[in-house]
Write a protein that binds this ligand. Sequence first.
Ligand SMILES: N[C@@H](CCC(=O)N[C@@H](CS)C(=O)NCC(=O)O)C(=O)O
Length: 392
Amino acid sequence: MTYTLYGAPVSLYTGKARSYLRRQGIEFREVSPGEKHYLSAIMPAVGRFIMPCMETPDGEIIQDGADIIDHFEKGPGQELRSFGIYPNSPTLLAISHVFELFGGEGLLRPAMHYRWNFDEQNEAFLAAEMTLLAGPNSDDETAARYFENAQRRMRRAASNFGVTPESGPLIEASFEEWLDLFDAHLRDYPYLLGGHATIGDFGLIAAMWAHLFRDPAPTHLIKMRAPRVGRWVERMTTSEPYLHEYVTDGSLIDDTTIPETLVAMMRFVGEEYLAEITAHVDRANEWLEDHPDLEAGTNGLDDPAFRALDRGEGGRATFAWRGIELTTGVMPYRFWLMQKLHDDLASAGAVAQAHTREVFAAAGIESLLDLRTRRRVERTGHLEVWGPMTTG
Ligand SMILES: N[C@@H](CCC(=O)N[C@@H](CS)C(=O)NCC(=O)O)C(=O)O
């Protein structure tokens, strides 16, 4: 018996879990969510068609990339992993959490833009790839239907993440800036925080792998413009070190001297994502105020498997971004990830907390440490739900 990962090569969030498993040398097999067992047992158990899902050797089902990782980092799978990915330093841990959030959520705009707005380069590839979702032995008609369905949903999702004709050129300029900053950092360090991958690298690989490195259009851009980023992507998806250009004993950077190249990447996160996540928290707080009687442990939606705050305009927020206005869907999942940053920092000593604030302030992202929804997001029954009222 081994671990089974239900996911797909084209799937952004599967990439996070797969990269983790490979990097840690954990044995697993990956199968399509179109497979019979997924459809008849996993999907009903998790309440929606979603990947990644993992089934453990003793039959436990885990949905969500972060939860899959924590099964090995903090749960019963711990003896199977090779190294810890949560830094001991509270400051490095906080930085790493920021990049987990940003990689999985803040880089969705370039991920979706470069996937869905370059049909000439991408479409045949995506059609072939998305038929894999139909599972083995599916006939051509079924496979084609899977692609059509996935394509329709994902193109709609792209606009909900702020990919529009107006934002397209700005997304490209912004992504090129990101590549330059990341590439510069990788001149000296094989991973975000030095000698080994941490949770931030696994967050970043989400967007950087399936969409941005694997799809035909952006892979060209990365290889031409930021080859070190391309090598980092490859390093993140192998099981051996792949560290030719570095001399490292595997240790992380010193948290008292954060490299300028990393500060620049944090500053970029602020410019790219802080206004958006702030607007999302504000919108969620208004929504929670409008729903004072919401029972704890529920999300108040007719369809509890729905992923945004609410259907329609009530579940969207508008913010300024690179000189234009964007309106995007508010996803409580992001608050759940951000809570990890807040919780871990809250459990650190006063000196470490103060130092972390200084580092965040120098990068222009201190306010991220203070963004709170009026109720916490919890995950119950594999779904995001609101916890009890905590403030106001
Ligand atoms: N936070 C979630 C996000 C998972 C997610 O959004 N997965 C996408 C694929 S990358 C999905 O399953 N979408 C369902 C669909 O096809 O509509 C996780 O890591 O589990």
